[in-house]
Design a protein around this ligand. Structure first.
Ligand code: GUN
Length: 294
């Protein structure tokens, strides 16, 4: 079978995120009018990781564009844990700060579990705190990790009701794979959570109506692992070298997906949704902290 002959629908995360950010801007004006307070997001960056600096700058810009306050804190890479925990404690107590995000990865000497645990769960706009993970797993209101939340929104926008569909999630990280599986379960999918140790991964993937690839391995998932008619969400963004140039590729071999129903491109698929969902979570956190039930 020539699986490169046709092209699937491209799920345009960039356009969806842009519409979402515009809507959020309107909602931010509304809550400011109703409460007299401006939603605020604090982002903490420890060290000088180049990719993290780019992400933090994008988050700062997007927060301001949505009409919220953005607080940026940069700590040196050798900061002791006590300094970071003191900053988080101050931000927890600051009424102008509704959301707190500590950019990962942290320098080696800092334990992300300890740092995440220190964030007030009500301000944990990453949704990484165990209270939020537990609330998500038990079907209660939670702040939900931004990347899987963005994936779910794209899927529901594209497919409508997901009930009864078989979703295969490849990758079991706390940040993407596990919460993605919980969200799909909450949307009434039958969910398989596969990972690097799964036996016969290609066969498992071939059973998917929805395939979410969150492995961080360039083009690991090949076209012939995907059944015709499947909808494919490529989460990982990998930079690969081509001679003396580099380019971004996803976890799925995009050129081999001509037979599938729909696929997210890399870049321009899931990536832009993550920041839009961060703004959404900040607004959700603000509303809950102000007793607004919208
Ligand atoms: N580093 C890469 N992605 C993320 C994210 O979604 N949240 C945080 N805190 N750090 C990240």
């Amino acid at each position: 079978m020539d699986i490169s002959a046709t092209q699937p629908v491209r799920i345009d995360g960039k356009a969806f995120a842009s519409r979402m950010t515009t809507r959020l801007g309107t909602e931010v004006v509304e809550v400011i009018t109703n409460t007299g307070h401006v939603p605020g997001l604090a982002v903490v960056l420890v060290g000088d990781d180049a990719a993290s600096q780019v992400y933090v700058r994008s988050k700062h810009r997007a927060t301001l564009t949505a009409g919220m306050r953005s607080f940026e804190y940069r700590l040196p890479s050798d900061s002791p844990e006590t300094s970071l925990l003191k900053l988080i404690s101050d931000l927890n107590a600051d009424p102008a700060v509704n959301g707190i995000l500590v950019q990962l990865p942290l320098p080696q000497h800092l334990d992300p579990a300890v740092v995440i645990e220190a964030i007030d769960p009500a301000k944990d706009v990453d949704g990484f705190h165990e209270i939020n993970a537990g609330r998500l797993a038990t079907g209660q209101d939670a702040l939900v990790p931004c990347t899987p939340l963005g994936c779910l929104m794209l899927l529901q926008d594209h497919l409508g009701d997901l009930s009864g569909l078989h979703a295969v999630v490849v990758g079991r990280s706390n940040i993407v794979g596990k919460p993605m599986a919980q969200l799909l379960l909450g949307a009434n999918c039958t969910v398989t959570l596969a990972h690097s140790r799964s036996r016969d991964l290609p066969s498992i993937c071939r059973t998917a109506d929805i395939l979410v690839a969150a492995v961080g391995r360039p083009e690991m998932i090949r076209g012939d692992w995907i059944q015709p008619g499947a909808t494919v969400i490529a989460v990982g963004i990998n930079r690969v070298s081509h001679g003396n140039q580099t380019r971004l590729v996803g976890d799925v071999a995009f050129d081999e997906t001509g037979h599938v129903a729909a696929v997210t491109p890399v870049p321009g698929g899931v990536g832009p949704m993550t920041i839009a969902c961060l703004l959404q979570n900040t607004l959700t956190a603000f509303r809950r902290q102000n007793g607004i039930t919208a």
